[in-house]
Design a binder for this molecule. Structure first.
Ligand code: PLP
Length: 442
């Protein structure tokens, strides 16, 4: 028995599964059964398990300076170096970084920095944020308001209206298109909806548009060609920031350094976490453009303290591990490798597109989803979560850890260090699980 309240879990129905150790792309449970890691933990363990360099970096930093806070200007080498490294890497102008502990808190921080910034430049009414339906931006109270999934709102009395979150279409052609609508028409319609929303609300009241370049928890939605180009043009027209939530897509996942690069987005703000430290330590980064930070400095000069910060902001051990993670990415050319292995994964998964249970195969780089459907011709998903749960269990029976998201989309997001032979091994288990599921539903 334990006294844990499990996160994101059916508290009544779910049986626990005890994991004991990890090595490379493999996990072992407490019965010694081996699993191949198909989801990099929760889209985060890019360098797999047991990486000795990361362990050493953590140990060295713990021995040297296990903790130092950053309030009131206290600082230390590892956080300073990490901020410089990130600023040089990010596809933003002179990015300035606020460190936190999770993707959710990075998003909360951004909401507050937006308000601070627009106050600073004398536009306090510019505070609403446009988020998309079916998006996932985390679960703290403010981040959950950005999230567009029912399960994260229901029974929590969310979203909070006063936060000013507006909702626009999810860019998923498969489920969002009207009968007979082409992809181009779909993009035109939903981007026109976005523009109409901005005009209805008043552009002078809208601060930012937040998007995961490619979504994760909502089923790995890759928007159609031309979508971001149109979105970006609308945002520029009305002076609204593009806020890229790269908590999953950051650091090589999509076959480039960032999802913004893959999808040709020029963000004004970015949220980063997960692969920033390969999940060896919790750390997040909320990055803003340099000129936004300049205005925040001026505001702080008038107001005094910038009243936002976590005990663990810039935690020295987390920062040292993140720095080493970035060094390994670069040295091992893991982003380039992710592009090559990603192409292999996507090609192999496309072979399932004709399977009678598969409605759509989608993804980019080393992130993908295979959506199972009750009626493929009618694009009808399975009505409840039972098929997804069955598939998840079948994968586990065959030694594969994945996640089923958005009802019945099987998500793949293996560690970036996975080899092509291990991708084959992963798909062999998937293949068997799909056959089991097919036999179960028919
Ligand atoms: N943003 C995105 C795109 C995510 O996928 C997640 C988590 O999966 C978050 C934010 C929240 O991150 P965390 O769980 O670290 O709070």
């Amino acid at each position: 028995m334990s006294h844990i309240i499990y996160p994101t879990t059916n508290l009544k129905a779910t049986e626990t599964m005890t994991m004991e150790r990890g090595e490379g792309v493999y996990l072992y449970d407490n019965h010694g059964k081996r699993y191949i890691e198909g989801l990099a933990g929760l889209w985060c363990t890019s360098l797999g398990y047991g990486n000795q360099e990361l362990i050493q970096a953590a140990s060295d930093q713990m021995a040297k300076l296990s903790f130092s806070h950053m309030f009131g200007g206290k600082t230390h080498e590892s956080a300073m170096q990490l901020s410089d490294k990130l600023s040089a890497m990010l596809p933003m102008d002179n990015a300035q970084i606020f460190f936190g502990n999770s993707g959710s808190d990075a998003n909360d921080t951004h909401i507050k920095m937006l308000r601070y910034y627009f106050d600073a430049i004398g536009k306090p009414e510019k505070r609403k944020i446009i988020a998309r339906e079916r998006s996932y931006h985390g679960i703290t109270v403010a981040a959950a308001c950005l999230t567009g999934l029912d399960v994260n709102h229901k029974h929590f009395d969310l979203p909070i209206d006063a936060l000013g979150i507006l909702r626009t279409d999810a860019p998923h052609y498969l489920h969002g298109a009207l009968a007979g609508e082409s992809e181009t028409q779909f993009v035109d319609r939903i981007t026109n909806n976005l523009e109409q929303l901005i005009l209805r609300e008043g552009p002078e009241t809208i601060a930012a548009f937040i998007a995961e370049p490619i979504t994760g928890a909502s089923g790995v939605i890759v928007p159609p060609e031309g979508y971001y180009e149109k979105v970006q043009a609308i945002l520029n027209k009305y002076d609204i920031f593009f806020w890229a939530d790269e908590v999953i897509t950051g650091f090589g996942r999509t076959g480039n350094d960032f999802g913004s690069t893959t999808m040709d987005i020029k963000p004004d703000m970015m949220s980063l976490a997960k692969q920033l430290s390969s999940a060896y330590m919790p750390i997040s980064a909320a990055a803003v453009r340099g000129d936004m930070y300049e205005a925040m400095i001026d505001q702080s000069a008038k107001a005094g303290v910038f009243g936002h910060g976590f005990t663990y902001s810039g935690h020295p051990v987390a920062a040292a591990v993140a720095l080493k993670t970035l060094e390994i990415y670069e040295r091992e050319r893991l982003f380039e490798q992710a592009a090559v292995k990603g192409e292999y994964l996507q090609k192999r998964l496309q072979a399932y597109a004709d399977h009678p249970l598969v409605g759509e195969v989608r993804g980019k780089g080393l992130i993908a989803a295979v959506e199972l459907m009750a009626d493929k011709a009618a694009k009808k998903p399975f009505a409840d979560g039972r098929v997804g749960s069955y598939m998840l269990q079948a994968c586990q029976n065959h030694g594969l850890i994945i996640r089923v998201v958005a009802g019945s989309a099987v998500a793949f997001c293996p560690p970036l260090i996975i080899t092509e032979a291990q991708i084959d091994e992963m798909l062999e288990a998937f293949d068997k699980a799909l056959a089991d599921t097919m036999a179960w539903v028919t």
